[in-house]
Design a protein. Structure first.
Length: 158
């Protein structure tokens, strides 16, 4: 069965909630000092506001009647100053493929769609953050041509 990538719509909220939970639970398991357990990590109002924001774009992967993946992005303008050049970036905030559909090329289809979308928007780059302990995500992003731009480090005091 073919995978269709399309813009998310309001009625996608309920079928997407399990995917949002998967992403959030992964973050909680890796960094319980940062992320709170929450059975509804994306409230309906937040989802709707993202859909209505011209700078945010949510795309879903559909297989038959099932939503099997989601990618959440946002356009970001970097203003030129004495330190950096002006740039337009498309930030990937989250990407999730339903567990029972992984390793079937769905994540790659979603990211390729977003890469093409970014080209259409004439962005300078597509960027994302990934936790250092999520080695499978890092390997996936490397496999689709992404490289490490910078590294965020911390010293925990509490």
């Amino acid at each position: 069965m073919e995978i269709i990538i399309r813009k998310a719509k309001k009625s996608d909220y309920d079928p997407l909630l399990p995917l949002f939970k998967q992403i959030h639970e992964l973050h909680v398991s890796i960094r319980p000092d940062v992320y709170k357990e929450n059975s509804t990590p994306v409230e309906p109002e937040l989802f709707e506001s993202q859909l209505n924001d011209d700078q945010q774009h949510i795309f879903v992967a559909e297989k038959g009647q099932d939503l099997v993946g989601v990618i959440v992005t946002e356009e970001e303008e970097i203003t030129e100053n004495s330190f950096v050049k002006a740039r337009k970036v498309l930030v990937i905030h989250s990407l999730c493929v339903a567990e029972n559909y992984r390793k079937q090329g769905i994540g790659q289809k979603l990211t390729e769609y977003v890469f093409d979308f970014g080209r259409h928007l004439s962005v300078d780059s597509i960027e994302l953050g990934v936790t250092e302990k999520n080695s499978s995500a890092i390997e996936f992003y490397k496999s689709i041509g992404m490289t490490t731009k910078s590294r965020k480090m911390e010293l925990k005091l509490n």
